[in-house]
Design a protein around this ligand. Structure first.
Ligand SMILES: C[S@@+](CC[C@H](N)C(=O)[O-])C[C@H]1O[C@@H](n2cnc3c(N)ncnc32)[C@H](O)[C@@H]1O
Length: 277
């Protein structure tokens, strides 16, 4: 089959399924599976595509049609310039989390010891470790499968200044907590009752342990703040709907001031805690 026919069949499948961004999907799949760029799709329609590759391409289109997120279909996601393998054991890293990393790199380039709690694919830990090369990053997760993938991602990208630890919330840092200067986390923060109203492709494919934040979405934060010692700098991703509830939780915290920051969409997305001086 030539490229033009492959594209025609695929576009028809996507549009019949009502996939709105079919052009984006085709370009991404062509890059990821055929190693062809957008210009090739327009200029090289006569190019013959091996039957194995075209079958792989059509299978990928069908998975997208079935609602599977394209990053899982491709098996990778680029995050802060780092290619990360993603499987259904880990959340697909989001653009907002790249914004969080940008804030931290900007404000903490002189800090040395970081912790990323709930590292998932290793996105935050890898981005910090790569961009602050003199740092040591402790990356934890409660999920063994996530942790194994995060470690694989770090190794595949030649990033070696990360220590991986399986553990629960802040107590998972155990003996290392004393040495940590900066704690980062993008924890699960969706209210249990809201899970059903998430997009089908999130609800059905992404791991519940990465999404479900308990009855009020704050289970992780409550435990984290209860055991947070004084003197750390803390960067947490959060739900845009929880500024009041989180503000109330941190108002009981001794020794810290807090600030909420918006993401580029204008939603409150990050909570920063700094030791009071
Ligand atoms: C929202 S995902 C974030 C993943 C990754 N840091 C990112 O930003 O793409 C939350 C992660 O926290 C992990 N997690 C959930 N509860 C946890 C807990 N109590 N302690 C440590 N990790 C936890 C999940 O397994 C998941 O990998």
């Amino acid at each position: 089959m030539n490229l033009q026919d492959l594209i025609y069949i695929s576009r028809r499948k996507l549009s019949e399924a009502g996939i709105e961004n079919s052009r984006f999907v085709m370009v991404a799949l062509s890059r990821g599976i055929l190693s062809l760029n957008e210009a090739d799709l327009i200029l090289n329609g006569e190019k013959e595509i091996e039957s194995e590759l075209s079958a792989k391409y059509i299978e990928a289109v069908e998975r997208v049609v079935g609602g599977e997120p394209i990053d899982y279909v491709l098996g990778f996601r680029d995050f802060f310039g780092i290619r990360l393998e993603v499987t259904r054991n880990v959340l697909i890293p989001r653009n907002e989390t790249e914004e969080l990393v940008e804030i931290i790199i900007d404000e903490e380039k002189n800090s040395r010891v970081f912790a990323d709690i709930g590292t998932g694919s290793g996105a935050i830990a890898c981005a910090l470790a790569r961009n602050i090369p003199s740092s040591l990053v402790f990356a934890t997760d409660i999920s063994k499968d996530a942790l194994m993938l995060a470690e694989k991602n770090a190794r595949a990208n030649g990033i070696f200044n990360i220590r991986f630890i399986k553990g629960d919330n802040i107590s998972g840092l155990s003996d290392f907590l004393d040495s940590v200067e900066v704690i980062v986390s993008n924890p699960p923060y969706i209210r249990t009752a809201d899970i059903d109203s998430l997009d089908m492709n999130v609800r059905k494919y992404e791991p519940m342990v990465a999404l479900d934040g308990g009855r009020d979405g704050l289970d992780f934060y409550r435990e984290f703040l209860e055991y947070l010692p004084t003197g750390k700098k803390v960067y947490l991703e959060m739900s845009q709907y929880e500024t009041a509830a989180l503000g109330k939780l941190v108002s009981d915290l001794n020794g810290y001031s807090h600030e909420f920051r918006k993401d580029l969409s204008g939603n409150y997305r990050f909570m920063i805690l700094r030791p009071e001086i």
